[in-house]
Design a protein around this ligand. Sequence first.
Ligand code: ASP
Length: 463
Amino acid sequence: MQYRYLDLRRPSMRDMLILRHKVVKFIRDFLDRRGFLEVETPILIKSTPEGARDYLVPSRLYPGSFYALPQSPQQLKQLLMASGVEKYFQIARCFRDEDPRADRQPEHTQLDLEMSFVEEDDILGLIEELYTALIETVTPDRRMLQPFPRLTYAESMASYGTDKPDLRFGMQMADLSDIAESTDFRVFTSVVQGGGIVKGFSAPGCATYSRRQTDELIEFVKAWGARGLVTIALTDRRPGRSAAARFLSLEQIKQIAQRTGAGVGDMVLIVAGPDKTTNQALSNLRHEMGRRLEMADPDLIAFAYITDFPLFEWNENEERWDAMHHAFSMPKYGTEKFIDSDPGRVIGHLYDLVANGTELASGSIRIHTRGLQEKVFEVLGYTTDEVAERFGQLLTAFEYGAPPHGGIAPGIDRLLMTLTRNNNIRDVIAFPKTQNGIDPLFGAPGEVDQAQLDELKLKVLTQ
Ligand code: ASP
């Protein structure tokens, strides 16, 4: 990466740059034809929270004061709606100081989009049309599921254990808690009685897995937080080869096979434990089995919409409610009545676009009235002063009249990764940072001259 300019000479990198150009140009032309206005919003701004830390820029003219780089133009696009710009978009750079991950960079590009007087369906329909036309034009060798499947958050969690399901293959999960509770198997009964779940799926053709292979799977789920893995290989010898089989009646094994859709030759993989870890372990295991069994068609981009997310999520560690996505989303199905009594029951007008196991976009229909927005901030634990300081401009704008509005923000880097079948975000960005947030070409971040620090009235305290 220190010699990125040489790396970019490689034909594959040149092709990536050309594809990226074509994608962005297609998006611009498509939205232009639909009457959208591209508006640039500032990079030097104030905190615009999306759940990450801010990058701060010290002000020379106002020593001790800082700009924050936008985590997204969220408030700005909502202010544009209040201005009467009915259809806005921007190819926007967003900055989030988060812990590094392979598919994350300190800065990323998103198609930021917002519309007035719309319902959820209008936004989902528009993005589906855009992506379908885009892929048919720039990567015509790729196929999509059409129409894009839509699952609610609850359905996705139940069938796939995750809100980012890879729909290129089946292996749907089934809740086995009731069957498990009726067995004499302590591992199962104690989990269900303790409020946990027992869940599993069928891995096709894996009944012949050796002891070593099943041990590997056990280690795999343990690494994802599960206590263990129960495997039931369905052979035509009864009662199903399994360490747990002696605790299960033939009838119970049949019920499990039926629920998970397993037949002779398949192996049922079951995890028992608290809801969250069970889903986490099983969804990763499903993904791993999909990889091992080469079940995913490499030409398929299985887009899907996940809708109806809860608005709030309980943060165990800090004992408070967090926004599942962000603070600006509108409650749905009349569930705002639970805001005070039971925030966990409030469903949001929230939607994600996922493809092949990755989240590609998030959006929502927004709150556009001051009272409800203040209520949500209150649940999230903001003090009145914090609300005034961070969101005062938005709340005031609502008082001048804001149309109902909503939007979405598909990530461009992630889209490029999907289009190029690449799982490294660095390969789709001309000048990326390393996974540790370093730019080896420029040596950024770097120290600055004492004179610059003096001008900013900053002192560096090193340990
Ligand atoms: N601002 C959101 C984000 O960056 C997207 C949206 O809700 O439009 O994730």
